[in-house]
Design a protein around this ligand. Structure first.
Ligand code: EPZ
Length: 421
């Protein structure tokens, strides 16, 4: 397995270009199953999860590939195998997103239950409840969701909990259903909205975008086309926090400040100077002592759970103390013991972590446990004194396109190692 070796203590400085959003391109790749023609997506990051999704689509009989550095084209005219197998789904839960499109277009889907992951049980009951409301027959057979429907019908569905992929799965299913579907208590994450815009570009009729009530008027079919994926707000926030934690300055380009306004406001309250441009964000953390800031994760537009570990890493070296409340996932504090190995002062009581700022962190050998926890460890290692080795960085590669290359260009002493021992 590969590792990252980081010599911390350098203030980051310079510019970084943000890639397309992982959590927007994955549902869009699923959405290509709704389309009989060619669909090309631009601004696609070269992520492990994207490669896995292309494999899922190709194994179904579609033709899906990178046709250029950051461009993916898919032709799903002939799907011979509407199945998402366990061995792929277990490595990428987002594969469950093929359920709605396959059911809507072919009337049949067999998708492995994703199973839990490090951060939580990750149930899909809302996905199943909504599809049943649209008339699907769904059985759980040997760990697989087997779904059948001659023709999905529009329905009024009130989601019991705000779920990003649940909203996306049902929105995609509704696009080709007979009649109109109303999704109430829908997720409003920018990636949900970007998917809706992409579907409308292909002939769908979705309204209420950016709100918690989506109305989808079913259409007979979608046509192919092109769409450019929105910038990754989590990659944006990760780089901003790396610059803040190392007391540096950074210009983050090809991004939008409206995607993560709540994170920017927290950083300003901490003492960072921030400038919001048309398609860039500038942060300067060199001139003021930085304060630890409390955070409570919740669905968009509140503080994103995918930024929780990164913000905790920042808080470990800020002045004072702060709490982080994780309300979305039941086990998303696995970075805490790893940060403690670097000298962080953090105590956890259920879903509440209390961080007391310390004057310094010391480099150590630590282990990545999940995608965003590994990003938090990178930030802490960049700010720590001395050398850190981060194991199992395949987690990082799922959601960040060559992170060490981008950080090295900002002055970080970081390199990828092939683990020897
Ligand atoms: C999406 O996961 C993201 N993944 C996650 O990003 C992100 O953390 C999460 O949304 C929350 O923002 C993708 O978009 C591919 P949820 P998702 O369904 O859709 C409960 C990353 O690091 N729930 O919004 O799986 C669930 O247990 C990843 O990029 C049900 O109870 O998350 C959780 O407590 C990690 N029943 C809450 O809802 C359901 O049917 C939110 O989960 C579905 C979800």
């Amino acid at each position: 397995m590969q590792q990252l070796k980081i010599i911390g203590g350098q203030a980051l400085s310079g510019e970084v270009a943000i890639s397309g959003a992982k959590n927007a391109v994955l549902p869009m790749l699923a959405a290509t199953l709704l389309i009989e023609g060619d669909t090309c997506l631009y601004n696609v990051a070269r992520l492990r999860d994207v490669h896995t999704f292309l494999q899922v689509l190709n194994e179904m009989g579609a033709r899906a590939e990178f046709s250029d550095e950051n461009q993916v084209c898919v032709n799903a005219k002939t799907i011979t195998n509407p199945v998402a197998p366990y061995d792929l789904v277990k490595t990428m839960r987002a594969s469950v997103l093929v359920l709605g499109p396959l059911l809507a277009r072919f009337g049949y889907a067999k998708v492995s239950l994703p199973g839990g992951c490090a951060i939580g049980a990750r149930p899909v009951d809302q996905h199943i409840k909504g599809l049943k409301a649209m008339g699907a027959d769904i059985a759980i057979v040997e760990g697989y969701i087997e779904a059948k429907a001659s023709k999905l019908k529009g329905a009024h569905i009130v989601m019991d909990t705000v779920t990003v992929t649940g909203t996306e799965n049902l929105m995609m299913a509704a696009v080709l259903a007979e009649g109109t579907t109303i999704l109430d208590n829908a997720a409003r994450e920018p990636e949900v909205s970007d998917l809706a815009h992409m579907l409308n570009q292909m002939g769908a009729k979705i309204s209420g975008i950016d709100t918690s009530t989506l109305t989808i008027e079913g259409v007979p079919s979608l046509h192919g086309g092109e769409y450019s994926v929105l910038p990754d707000r989590i990659e944006t926030g990760t780089h901003l926090l790396a610059a803040a934690a190392t007391r540096g300055e950074i210009t983050v380009r090809n991004t939008r400040s409206d995607l993560l306004e709540v994170v920017l406001e927290k950083l300003e309250r901490a003492g960072c100077a921030i400038k919001r441009g048309e398609n860039f964000i500038y942060l300067d953390a060199r001139h003021k002592p930085l304060q630890a800031i409390s955070v409570r994760t919740a669905p968009f537009p509140a503080f994103p759970t995918d930024m929780q570990a990164q913000f905790m890493a920042f808080n470990t070296l800020a002045q004072g103390s702060a709490t982080i409340v994780e309300t979305i996932f039941e086990n998303r504090f696995m970075h805490v013991p790893e940060l403690a190995r670097m000298g962080a002062d953090i105590s956890v009581d259920g879903q509440i972590a209390t961080i007391r700022g310390v004057s310094k962190l010391s480099g150590a050998r630590v282990m990545a446990t999940d995608l965003r926890a590994s990003a938090g460890l990178v930030i802490a290692a960049l700010a720590a004194e001395g050398e850190s080795i981060i194991d199992r960085i395949y987690h990082l590669d799922r959601g960040y396109d060559a992170m060490e290359v981008k950080l090295k260009a900002l002055g970080a002493q970081i390199e990828r190692l092939q683990e020897i021992s």
